[in-house]
Design a protein. Structure first.
Length: 278
């Protein structure tokens, strides 16, 4: 089975506010994306589709799903605490919990994305914490909380440019600490080569991605590994040719002109990756 994930980040913000959204009113953006992709996605067999929305769009996105929709809706991160019978009852101001997400209709959580890792590291740094394992321990708590609520997890790992000399040790640590105690049957791994993501940076090539995917497969006893550095038209065929890569994480679909996410271009990326545009 292939796995196609979509991280919609904060692509809901309108262009006049500095964002990239020109496809729908922000209040209807989540439901618009689901409504304009779910029928087309039914044509792709043996493929899992999950979309990760900002919290405000989770209920509209879940509500827009048809009974036979192939889309799974997921959260962008999760708090490590949660409600339970007898208490705590919900004292989690500003935090999205697993039980809340499941109550909305979600079935997935995106945990450990490089942007989340950077945020956690910055907060810990303000507190004077220099333990490099601390971020992974926090993410482990998030994974366990997500699974306790019944959510599947896409766990992101990746090395920075300052970690290239010991990339394998960095990834092994992220995997061993992050997945400690987790039900691996409900986890997929997204590999983000952080050093190669962004304007002006050289994308990771096929040999490098293959090398990393083989390591991750070995360390996790064969978990699904998707490319988290951005599945797009330009790299879809290359990524599809790597046996150890089981899918990809899509974000922006257009990088020039009217930059943004467009549902029709999302479908075209999937077609290219699955070899249906040949």
């Amino acid at each position: 089975m292939k796995h196609i994930y979509l991280n919609l980040k904060r692509f809901d913000i309108p262009r006049e506010k500095g964002g990239v959204n020109s496809i729908a009113d922000p209040k209807e953006w989540g439901s618009f994306i689901v409504k304009n992709t779910q029928e087309q996605l039914k044509a792709f067999k043996d493929t899992e589709f999950a979309m990760f929305f900002p919290e405000a769009h989770l209920i509209p996105a879940c509500s827009a799903k048809t009974e036979d929709s192939p889309i799974e809706v997921g959260t962008q991160g999760l708090f490590w605490g949660d409600t339970k019978v007898g208490g705590p009852f919900g004292a989690f101001t500003t935090s999205l919990t697993g039980n809340a997400a499941v109550s909305f209709g979600c079935s997935y959580a995106l945990i450990g994305h490089c942007e989340e890792r950077n945020k956690l590291a910055a907060i810990l740094g303000e507190a004077g914490v220099v333990d490099t394992k601390a971020v992974n321990r926090i993410l482990n708590k998030e994974i366990l909380a997500a699974q306790s609520a019944g959510l599947k997890v896409l766990y992101c790992i990746g090395e920075k440019d300052t970690e290239l000399d010991n990339w394998d040790e960095v990834l092994k640590e992220q995997l061993s600490i992050g997945l400690e105690g987790a039900d691996k049957d409900r986890v997929a791994i997204a590999y983000e080569p952080v050093w190669s993501i962004g304007p002006g940076k050289t994308p990771a090539d096929k040999p490098y991605i293959t090398k990393v995917a083989k390591l991750v497969k070995k360390e996790t006893d064969g978990l699904a590994v998707v490319y988290g550095g951005g599945l797009k038209t330009d790299n879809a065929e290359m990524l599809a040719s790597i046996d150890e890569i089981d899918g990809g994480l899509i974000a922006l679909t257009r990088f020039k002109g009217e930059i943004g996410f467009y549902p029709d271009e999302y479908i075209e990326i999937i077609k290219t990756y699955l070899g249906e545009n040949k």
